[in-house]
Design a protein around this ligand. Sequence first.
Ligand code: TXA
Ligand code: MG
Length: 318
Amino acid sequence: MTIISNDISKAIELLNKEDIVAIPTETVYGLAGNIYSEKAILKIFQVKMRPLFNPLIVHIHEIEQLAEIASEFPAEAQKLADALWPGSLTLILKKKPNIPNIITAGKDTVAVRIPNHPVTLSLLKQISFPLAAPSANPFNRISPTSSLHVEAYFKENISMILEGGACKNGIESTIIGFENNEAILYRQGAISKEEIESIIGKIKVKNKNETTPNAPGMLAKHYAPKTKTYLVNDVEKCIAKFENKSIGVLRFKDSMNTSSIEYLAILSESGDLKEAAANLYNTLHKLDSLNLDVIVAERVPDIGLGAAINDRLERATN
Ligand code: TXA
Ligand code: MG
């Protein structure tokens, strides 16, 4: 039986016993364990069915903790951290030797962020170790943005889900690393490229479909519903091809004639990309639960958070 509760002291008790706990963040729920406990970290990989070559993000509550984790802190990283932490930014930094190899998949770098969620910040302040936390979904499946999503995935396999409500941003953190001192965007996420560039100037994007994720786990197929999913510019034209099929449609803001479809989901009627991002995974979970034959998703405008939404929708097509 999984406990679903906002009892932080219970979560601390479990983490201190080298168990793992699902934790809320402002992006998505994470599956968390003590970075120094091999037992806890192996359990995370096992429960998620995640391959060991995919490294984890280390979660801390204050910048000073970086001294224990990273051996270098480039000036641009400092600027981004000052502007955006706590928040949905993950930095890839040169690691300190004490960071276990299983966390970093043997790399000489480590991913780290300060999440912006009051429950998890309070938890992190009360324990003596950072938490490794990948998104709390089985490998390649849709990320969870509520405790119910986590429960549906891992009911029997985890002791506790720390309740923190619906995730405000609803899409994973933006990942920035450094190559020869140049900042590189590895994963589009809850902080738009434009916002990053307003802090450190133009950056290069390297997030294309890697098969061995040298850069972040940007596998081509990821975040995928079980239902066959298509991503298109013109929904009406696409559904015309699926006669006699039960179709779910995911649109950005516009309504449509629903006579030939089973279910219509609209991400943001007002056309707000932040709201659309916050609703994205919940909507995909819903559509995937309806036993449809196909999901037809509409590409959103490719600006600001729209780029991250389109990225996830592309990886959801299967
Ligand atoms: O918003 C988030 O970042 C959420 C919440 C829970 O914090 N976490 C999350 O973790 O999305 P995960 O494991 O699903 O995605 C982490 C990504 C993976 O694609 C992984 O490959 C990449 O970060 N990553 C971790 N360490 C890395 C490293 N040293 N170098 C390159 N990529 C790394
Ligand atoms: Mg993930």
